[in-house]
Design a protein around this ligand. Structure first.
Ligand code: ZN
Length: 63
């Protein structure tokens, strides 16, 4: 019997590339994770683009 080891999916912040420890306030945007502080920076850069609310999941509302 073959045992398949599942590779744990460790989310990394899409901005700073550090491993995420998911906590309240962190952001899942589509399939990309951001620290809260990193997201703030991304949001400023992308302020000219509108981000659909449906794609943005604040962890505070997710848990
Ligand atoms: Zn980060």
């Amino acid at each position: 019997m073959t045992v398949h080891q599942q590779t744990p999916l460790i989310p990394k912040c899409s901005l700073c590339k550090k491993v995420m420890e998911i906590s309240e306030g962190d952001i899942l945007y589509g399939t990309e994770w951001y620290h809260k502080s990193c997201w703030d920076a991304v949001e400023k850069e992308q302020s000219q683009r509108s981000i659909p609310d449906a794609d943005l999941i604040p962890i505070a509302n997710y848990a």
